[in-house]
Write a protein that binds this ligand. Structure first.
Ligand code: PXG
Length: 452
């Protein structure tokens, strides 16, 4: 049989477009993509190779998930070994040793108190919906079944399942899908254009967090199960909470008996220059989601880490011991091959001292990205750890066009960057060198200055 890659590469444009029709691509402009496909064929370290053999720098670590770089031998071998040894084990009522080992490895890097891991189906969206269901069920088993409302934040992104879009605050992700579940939203943390704050902003943290008090006044704490926030917003364009914000949210939640969930699908396991956003910002939630970096992007693995009080509430709720404590889980919860990838990933994260490495590289990254202040179209720049967002001035009536054009021009130059809404995002691999970061940011500056 012909090599399908070669066939795709060599086909005439119209035949190629027809071959691409069957796959309805996610979060993708299908019509535009299929007219001019961008296909990767291989990856190693911080670079992709595209179908034409060109090397492309991975400026977003895949989709925020491959911080250790691609093709890591230890992970490849662990996955190959596991798939040949135990390719699947039933996730319900039976198990395999790797999930217990991985749960311990994860807990070892959590802030004190977060010590039980419920794995979910593999996506961040599953982890979010799992966390929201645990929060509601927790109050129910505690005899407060009226606490069902879930509070998110404007501009928050919590995946695409019904719970996640209900608490999510990215307007475009909600409007097609009708009624969600009971939710409300905190005020967003978008700084005014022209702020150019570096890292954590200094101002208005407590005041912004106190928008939660208004929601509590409106709905009453007796109806609220949980507040869910990303420690810093990733998808919305790297929006960093001002100093004191998360700590004040924590205080208010504790005082009003509301669970606090950190969605750490992006911030978890290195990106912040700490093991977690909770550690970086010094605030401990009651539940924490994780996904992406947990297997370095090689296998779908996700989950929720919860405090002992939450786990114990279910274990001590009474009922026969042979009965389930929580009727929730996925066929692929803690899949053995994903767990093998997870353990190998934690070996590498630890051995390569990733949080420290990111902390050391972050100041260089920060000054590089803020060096683009004054570049054409740039209205704001934000950064945290190895993540940065640029807000670009919108073309009249077409806020999303310029970031798209910039990203396409970057690809021509050999750099993959993420574009969405009015922003460009960078999240280079943890293994990037300062020179690679400079090349990425210089290329972005040049591209901006040459984009109309
Ligand atoms: N929560 C957060 C905080 C996320 O960032 C999800 C949940 C959902 O994860 P899954 O695995 O279901 O996609 C995410 C995902 C971007 C980008 O460009 C961000 C995500 C995914 C794809 C692109 O910022 N975040």
């Amino acid at each position: 049989m012909a090599n399908p890659r070669a066939t795709l590469r060599q086909s005439a444009p119209s035949a190629q477009a027809a071959r691409l029709e069957a796959h309805w691509m996610p979060f993708t402009a299908n019509r535009q993509f299929k007219a001019a496909p961008r296909l990767f064929a291989a990856a190693e370290g911080a670079y992709y190779t595209d179908m034409h053999g060109r090397k492309i720098f991975d400026g977003l670590s895949g989709l925020w998930c491959t911080g250790l770089g691609h093709g890591r031998k230890e992970i490849v071998e662990a996955v190959s070994r596991q798939i040949a040894t135990l390719d699947y084990a039933p996730a319900f009522q039976f198990g395999h040793p790797l999930s217990f080992e991985l749960a311990n490895r994860i807990v070892a890097h959590m802030p004190a108190g977060l010590d039980h891991v419920m794995f979910s189906g593999g996506s961040g969206s599953d982890a979010v919906d799992t966390s929201l269901k645990i929060a509601r069920a927790y109050w129910r088993v505690r005899g407060q079944g009226g606490k069902t409302r879930l509070i998110g934040r404007m501009q928050g992104y919590h995946g695409v399942n019904f719970g996640g879009i209900s608490v999510g605050g990215m307007v475009a992700n909600r409007k097609l899908f009708g009624q969600g579940i009971e939710s409300d939203h905190l005020a967003d943390l978008q700084p005014p254009a022209g702020s150019y704050w570096r890292g954590e902003p200094a101002e208005r943290g407590v005041q912004l967090a106190e928008s939660l008090l208004e929601l509590i006044r409106l709905h009453d704490a007796s109806s609220i199960a949980a507040v869910i926030v990303e420690p810093f917003s990733g998808s919305a364009g790297v929006i960093v909470p001002p100093r004191g914000y998360l700590a004040r949210l924590r205080e208010i939640c504790t005082e009003h008996h509301i669970l606090l969930i950190f969605d750490e699908v992006i911030s978890g396991f290195g990106r912040c220059g700490a093991w977690t956003g909770a550690e970086a910002f010094g605030v401990t939630p009651d539940l924490m989601t994780f996904a992406k970096q947990s297997t370095n992007g090689t296998q779908p693995l996700s989950g929720v880490v919860v405090k002992k009080e939450i786990y114990d509430a279910f274990m001590n709720a009474g009922g026969q011991e042979y009965l389930l404590e929580l009727p929730h889980g996925y066929t692929y919860s803690a899949h053995p091959v994903a767990c093998a990838a997870g353990i190998a990933t934690f070996d590498l994260l630890e051995r390569e001292h990733v949080p420290e490495r990111v902390r050391k590289l972050a100041p260089h990254f920060e000054s590089a990205v803020h060096g683009l202040r004054g570049a054409r179209h740039v209205m704001d720049i934000r950064n945290y750890g190895l993540a940065a967002g640029f807000t670009l001035e919108a073309l009249p009536g077409e806020p999303a066009r310029r970031p798209y054009e910039v990203a396409m021009a970057m690809l021509e130059k050999g750099f993959y960057v993420r574009y969405g809404g009015a922003t460009i995002q960078l999240a280079p691999p943890f293994i990037s060198t300062p020179a690679e970061i400079d090349r990425l940011v210089d290329a972005l500056g040049e591209t901006l200055n040459h984009t109309g």
